[in-house]
Design a protein around this ligand. Structure first.
Ligand code: IMP
Length: 428
């Protein structure tokens, strides 16, 4: 089957954009199925960097169909900014399709995201403040506005008034915040509606027809397993399902139509925002990883928390998403380390475990059990064949595959498209 899902195995920022971009060369279609403009995928082409937020990473290939699925929370303002930026750089944007069922991020979502975080104080989640959680909340509360509502002038005017009345009441009662202005929002969003209308269609029919016709389709996950609302470190998670199962609900694709699943694994580990992170290194090792890896958020610019690879987390992601092979990214960032560690189990209350505790209280007290590897201390960024990697790098990778029970598929040794070692040639 020619459908491939790319999913993050850690806390996001694994370098999924680069892997999607690489595989997109063979794909007819690239699809976003969850999340929204909280994602920040960086793709480097010929030394030029593109930072994508809502846009599927396939946009950089001429002729590739790029679909924003129904499971995405769609911010028209960000979308149109991205379109403009792409056009200015000469990128063809005519092949984008937006699901008419996707929910629209409204100004009250962004405002409530910010006010909610302030209210939580020390218990804040550390969201990207892009309105993601509040938009999914409204979807579940059945007061969301969908793209099909937005592009219907009459419908939108009515729905917007109805929801805004409710929101203004809540803004006053909960946050003592002044009301948002209906006329202003209406005008702003009518402007967006006109501009996005040509891209809107029923992407469910479109994608199912493509699958049935044997087209090669890449589903691009945003965020990652440990940020999944069910499987991540709840409540320090995002509001959607980044795991491969998210494709079924977020793109309207039946489980039996999912072909392969590629799990993207950063060679070490990072996290942004609050919440447990067992292998975090709050010391000079963490600083060294951050500096070597330029680990600062694409969307927010926040310094990322850094630590050693947690193989327990990757194994868990493998189970949840049915990962067929791993794409290990940023291996080159570890070039300068004398010693590299990998967490292969946890110790908690004198017991050794390798599963992920549901309770944050328990997760906060687990002690990682590390295996130590001798570093390879050489520049691997020009290596293109697995066999040519230093022996110590191969030992590290092969142990990762053994502990996680997932085979190696791709190894990335630099940001550019060509800095890629293909181990599994049959991903598509
Ligand atoms: P939200 O998705 O903005 O609601 O944020 C919820 C949590 O997910 C926060 O800890 C964010 O930092 C994290 N998060 C959201 N998007 C990303 C991402 O693309 N990479 C890494 N973390 C993310």
């Amino acid at each position: 089957m020619s459908t491939v899902v790319i999913t993050g195995t850690q806390w996001g920022d694994e370098g999924k954009g680069k892997i999607v971009d690489y595989l997109a060369a063979q794909a007819d279609t690239v699809v976003r199925y969850q999340g929204g403009s909280n994602a920040g995928h960086t793709v480097s082409v010929n030394g030029e960097e593109y930072k994508l937020r809502l846009m599927p990473s396939g946009i950089l290939y001429k002729g590739t169909l790029c679909v924003i699925g129904n499971g995405v929370v769609f911010d028209p303002q960000v979308f149109l900014e991205e379109i403009d930026a792409m056009k200015k750089r000469g990128v063809d944007t005519s092949n984008i399709r937006i699901s008419n069922r996707a929910h629209v991020v409204m100004p009250w979502h962004k405002l409530c995201d910010e006010l909610g975080e302030n209210l939580r104080g020390e218990n804040k989640i550390g969201t990207t403040k892009r309105g993601i959680g509040p938009c999914y909340m409204d979807k579940a509360d059945r007061v969301g506005i969908r793209v099909c509502d937005l592009i219907d002038r009459e419908d939108f005017a009515e729905k917007c008034r109805e929801v805004l009345d409710q929101k203004n009441f809540l803004l006053k009662q909960i946050y003592n915040h002044e009301p948002l202005n209906y006329e202003e929002i209406l005008k702003e969003y009518e402007g967006y509606a006109e501009k996005i209308a040509p891209y809107v269609c029923d992407t469910i029919t479109l994608l199912n027809e493509e699958v049935d016709a044997g087209k090669k389709i890449l589903f691009e996950g945003a965020q990652a397993t440990m940020l999944d609302i069910d499987y991540g470190t709840y409540p320090y998670v995002t509001a959607s399902h980044p795991i491969s199962g998210g494709v079924c609900v977020g793109a309207g694709i039946a489980p039996k139509k999912i072909g392969k699943v590629v799990g993207v694994v950063k060679a070490y580990c990072t996290r942004v925002g609050e919440g447990p992170f067992p292998t975090e290194q709050l010391n000079e090792i963490g600083d060294k990883i951050r500096t070597a890896g330029h680990e600062f958020g694409t969307v927010t610019g926040r310094p990322r928390r850094t630590g050693w690879l947690d193989a327990c987390v990757v194994k868990y992601a493998g189970q949840l998403s049915g990962i067929d092979c791993m794409a290990v990214t940023r291996l080159d960032i570890l070039d300068g380390f004398d010693e590299i560690k990998m967490c292969t189990a946890y110790e908690v209350d004198g017991k050794i475990i390798s599963d992920i505790p549901a309770s944050l209280k328990v997760l906060a007290k687990v002690k990682p059990v590390y295996e130590t590897f001798t570093g390879w201390k050489e520049d691997i960024s020009n290596i293109r064949n697995y066999a040519d990697l230093p022996v110590n790098a191969k030992k590290y990778l092969e142990r990762m595959a053994e502990v996680t029970k997932i085979s190696l598929g791709i190894i990335s040794v630099g940001p550019n498209r060509d800095q890629t070692i293909i181990v599994d040639k049959n991903i598509f």
